[in-house]
Ligand binder design. Structure first.
Ligand SMILES: [Zn+2]
Length: 211
């Protein structure tokens, strides 16, 4: 079984660093999402599966995944800073929790903190986003602004009643614009939530230090 996972455009490229302060952006890393793997039947049968990574539509490495009952092994070659190629075999444990409506949900166990997580990222090592101190692009103010202005422009295009197709616009065009608008709005909301959460954390730790 072989699948290709496109990680999309490296959108942050335009902003230069690909980092938020000291923190690496998750969008610059290869990652595995347990829900994506399960959805595509990768966890169904034991054995070796292949994942090809791509970025901007171009190949961006590949890895074999040996699926066992309670874990997966990530098998690939890695070269860091143009150094020699090293063979890697990384074990990620799987956990299962029952779903409310029957069946069960898979989780990865982060190899570092051992918490149940949906995604593991290849940073310095394979780990969850907390252990890797990874940042979402939305933690970047520029990104939030970009999403907001994107949503605004799309709304202008679609008119004030953007939930109704403007006269004369092709259904396909309308569907595409609406889809993009919804996506931009959801992402902008998420970015905003993150911002509020960080502000709250700051306020809480401020309170803690100043009784
Ligand atoms: Zn972790």
């Amino acid at each position: 079984m072989e699948l290709t996972r496109d990680l999309g455009e490296n959108r942050m490229g335009g902003y230069g660093s690909g980092r938020v302060g000291e923190r690496e952006l998750i969008t610059n890393l290869r990652f595995l999402d347990v829900r994506w793997m399960n959805k595509h039947g990768l966890l169904k049968n034991k054995g070796v599966k292949t994942i090809n990574w791509s970025r901007n539509g171009k190949p961006w490495g590949k890895m074999e995944i040996l699926v066992e009952a309670d874990n997966i092994h990530l098998i690939y070659k890695e070269s860091r800073n143009d150094g020699p190629w090293e063979d890697k075999d990384v074990e990620i444990k799987l956990q299962k929790t029952p779903c409310r409506y029957g069946g069960f949900q898979y989780w990865f166990e982060c190899p570092v903190c051992r918490h149940r997580v949906c995604s593991v990222y290849l940073s310095d090592t394979w780990c969850c986003r907390h252990c890797g101190h990874l940042a979402y692009p939305s933690e970047n103010e520029d990104e939030l602004e970009r999403l907001r202005s994107k949503a605004l422009k799309l709304k202008e295009k679609l008119g004030s009643e953007y939930w109704i197709k403007p006269k004369g616009m092709h259904q396909k065009t309308y569907d595409r614009l609406r889809e993009t608008l919804l996506e931009a709005e959801v992402k902008a909301d998420e970015a905003f939530d993150e911002k509020v959460k960080r502000l709250n954390q700051r306020i809480m730790s401020f309170g803690k230090n100043n009784p």
